[in-house]
Design a protein around this ligand. Structure first.
Ligand code: C2E
Ligand code: CA
Ligand code: CA
Length: 716
């Protein structure tokens, strides 16, 4: 098992080659053994062939020798019997004995070469027989002359012996040849058997190698299959990787390892994709899913509420105390929100200072109202962050189900509208969504689209309202006030569309047009008349404002000192370095800066200190109240006093009556503006207004009568 697991750690290639190596080794070993064996058998056969053949030859030569010697002796006897003379008997006997000696020597030589199995005993007997035969020939040779009959008698048994010897030799040769044949047959049978064994072994090795290869392939394939399944699970976001048993160090192990790290990265990426990095709350995407789940529950008869909220004045915290404090505040808000909800509810951060809650199991709208109240209460508790004591408020918009638009987008939009209403009705409150909010929202959307079209189609126009110098009784300049000639709805007052233009950011484009148009119009006016242009806080956020103003001056040729810019507290509310820097640059160009709607904000006086304004425009609400017994007179007096001591001119807005005018003059106001002199009029009326107001009696008791009907005073 352990060895197998170690085998599992081998690289795949090594595992695949293993059976081939085993096969090769087996073939090599079998080859060497077989070669060795077959070689030895062949050698044996060769030896046999050489030795036995020569033995057989030698034996037949010996037989020949014996035959020849026997024949020779009989020839001698025959010759002697016929008394043939001239024959050298001694030489013939020598020749015959030499022949016998030669046969003996041949037999002796056989003794050394014959295989161990050879009949040495018989050979030894043969040799001694031959020795006796040789001796007999010698004796017969010497007796031939003296005692012929004895010699014949001696030869006779010898002859029988010779025949016997020759037969034995032939038998011996036969035996040797037969044993050699047997040996060869035996060897070739051995070789045959070896061949068969080798073939069987080879097949066995082949089968084993095949089995190992297929087992390795099977295991590898099984692992790959499991990795593939695990990969699919991981890709689908499954958190548990189920290939623990694949803890191995081969390539598959490496794949599993990288899959594991992919999985953990994936989990992190997944979390980040669905959560806000700062607060770790669900983000907009995940919140969307949760709302969609809630919608399904609602469809099944279980009800819920959706709360949308944002923080009041969060931006001021960020701007004044810096982002680290802002971030810490958001984290604290997040944890307070979580403390307000029950398990199963979702608190999400949708972005910036926007949060939202899905409240589940709402059986009565009152429960949703109670949560909204708790949220406002908890968020409004003071914060202690990095040594700063902070207060932030929040407004909440709530939509509960059942409702008509039971979709994710519908719920989000309706909660948003309720939030919009809550903020419009004073911050730190909450509102339920009501169907009329939807209608109002629809109307706003239509208006926004119309407004975009209006800019392109030149439906906007500037009207001008005179500013009258109290001391000289002359028009010192005009305030440019935008008008919208709507093709269906007629003339629309800026009070109706400026807030929406600010909300949608369209004010930047619109403001730039106003700037260019006002400068162009004013450049045509005689006598150094000034033009006052209103600026929205949004235009300061657009870093291009300085360029817009400079280009308008350059294009129109209007000198900078004839341009006045009116800003409200809103511009300085988010007072920051950049806004003040722009204001200083504008002023450095020679442009005058007026503080508009003075007294309507919370801290107009403190803003007066932050920038050297050229003019204060006292809001018309104070002028309206001048006649009544109110604090307005005291306020106007205080402002004009402040103005004269700081060297700042004061303009009273909304002067409608001679009575108001008289009081303002007596309070030391330097400039007035209002219906008493003229409502805002189209640009073409400017020269006539200048002339007619100039002709006005110094007492200011007789109002100007204009030919064309005055426009309806727009509600502001
Ligand atoms: P505002 O700057 O305070 O402008 C004065 C408003 O008072 C004008 O309203 C004017 O018609 C009105 N008014 C003048 N004399 C009298 C009077 O004797 N009695 C009464 N009841 N009202 C008088 P309008 O033209 O409707 O403008 C409303 C507001 O819209 C302006 O208040 C200003 O804040 C804004 N606005 C107008 N034009 C522009 C513009 O071009 N850019 C920006 N950002 N805001 C503009
Ligand atoms: Ca104004
Ligand atoms: Ca004003």
């Amino acid at each position: 098992m352990r060895r197998l697991s170690r085998l599992a750690d081998w690289p795949l290639a090594a595992k695949m080659i293993l059976p081939t190596i085993l096969l090769g080794l087996a073939v090599l070993v079998l080859g060497v053994i077989g070669d060795e064996f077959v070689g030895s058998q062949l050698h044996l056969m060769r030896e046999l062939a050489v030795d036995d053949l020569s033995t057989v030859i030698t034996l037949s030569q010996v037989a020949d020798d014996v035959q020849a010697a026997n024949g020779g002796i009989y020839r001698l006897l025959t010759v002697r019997a016929a008394h043939v003379n001239g024959i050298d008997v001694a030489a013939e006997v020598d020749r015959l004995t030499a022949r016998i000696e030669q046969a003996r020597a041949r037999l002796a030589s056989l003794g050394t070469r014959m295989p161990a199995s050879a009949p040495r005993q018989e050979l030894a007997v043969l040799r001694s027989n031959l020795a006796r035969y040789r001796d007999t020939i010698k004796v017969v040779g010497s007796m031939l002359e003296m005692d012929f009959p004895s010699a014949v008698a001696l030869v006779r048994p010898f002859d029988a012996n010779a025949h016997q010897t020759i037969a034995e030799l032939t038998g011996l040769a036969d035996n040797v040849a037969r044993s050699a044949r047997d040996q060869v047959a035996h060897s070739s049978a051995l070789i045959d058997r070896l061949n068969r064994i080798c073939a069987v072994l080879m097949i066995a090795v082949l089968l084993a190698a095949g089995a190992i290869a297929s087992e390795i392939t099977r295991r590898t394939a099984a692992s790959v299959r499991r990795i593939a399944q695990a990969t699919l699970l991981v890709a689908n976001g499954d958190q548990a990787l189920r290939v623990e048993t694949l803890a191995r160090r081969d390539e598959l192990g490496a794949i599993v390892e990288s899959l594991r790290s992919f999985q953990s990265n994936n989990a992190r990426i997944n979390f980040l994709a669905h959560h806000d990095a700062l607060t770790a709350l669900p983000n907009r995407a995940l919140f969307h899913d949760r709302v969609s789940l809630a919608v399904q529950l609602c469809a099944a008869g279980r009800h819920c509420a959706l709360h949308c909220l944002d923080l009041d004045h969060f931006k001021a915290v960020n701007d004044t105390l810096g982002h680290p404090v802002g971030d810490a505040l958001l984290r604290e808000v997040a944890s307070r929100l979580i403390s307000c909800v029950r398990e199963g509810d979702t608190v999400a951060r949708l972005g910036g200072d926007e949060f939202a809650i899905v409240q589940l199991g709402v059986t009565d709208p009152q429960q949703a109202g109670a949560l909204a109240e708790r949220v406002i209460e908890v968020i409004s508790e003071p914060y202690e962050i990095n040594g700063h004591q902070l207060m932030v408020g929040t407004s909440v918009g709530v939509v509960t189900t059942p409702c008509t638009d039971l979709t994710v987008d519908g719920l989000m939009r309706n909660a948003d509208m309720a939030l919009y209403r809550a903020k419009a009705e004073g911050r730190g409150t909450w509102r339920f969504f009501e169907p009329d909010m939807d209608a109002a929202q629809q109307q706003r959307r239509v208006m926004e689209m119309d407004m975009r079209a209006a800019l392109a189609q030149h439906q906007f126009e500037l009207y001008y309202q005179p500013l009258v110098n109290v001391a000289t009784h002359e028009v010192s300049g005009f305030e440019a006030l935008i008008r919208w000639h709507h093709p269906e709805r007629g003339m629309i007052s800026p009070a109706q569309f400026i807030p929406l233009a600010e909300e949608t950011g369209l004010i930047v484009q619109m403001g730039a047009w106003v700037m260019r148009q006002a400068c162009a119009d004013a450049a045509t006016w005689q006598g150094g008349l000034k033009v006052a242009v209103n600026l929205s806080p949004l235009q300061f956020k657009d870093r291009n404002l300085l360029n817009v103003v400079q280009q308008a001056l350059t294009a129109s040729g209007l000198p900078a000192w004839r341009l006045e810019l009116e800003i409200t507290e809103g511009v300085l509310l988010h007072e920051n370095e950049a806004t003040l820097a722009i204001l200083h640059k504008l002023r450095a160009l020679g442009i005058r800066i007026s503080m508009d709607d003075f007294g309507t904000g919370y801290s107009s006086l403190s803003y007066l200190r932050s920038f050297p304004f050229d003019k204060i425009k006292i809001d018309q609400s104070f002028i309206r109240d001048l006649s009544a017994q109110s604090g307005a007179v005291a306020i106007v007096r205080a402002v004009t006093g402040l103005g004269s001591s700081l060297g700042i001119r004061t303009t009273a807005e909304g002067v409608e009556t001679e009575d108001q005018l008289a009081r303002l003059i007596s309070e030391g106001c330097t400039e007035v503006q209002g219906y008493l002199f003229s409502p805002p009029r189209p640009a073409k009326d400017v020269p006539r207004l200048v002339a007619e107001i100039g002709k006005r009696p110094a007492s200011g008791l007789v109002p100007v009568v204009v030919d064309s009907p005055a426009e309806d005073a727009p509600a502001s």
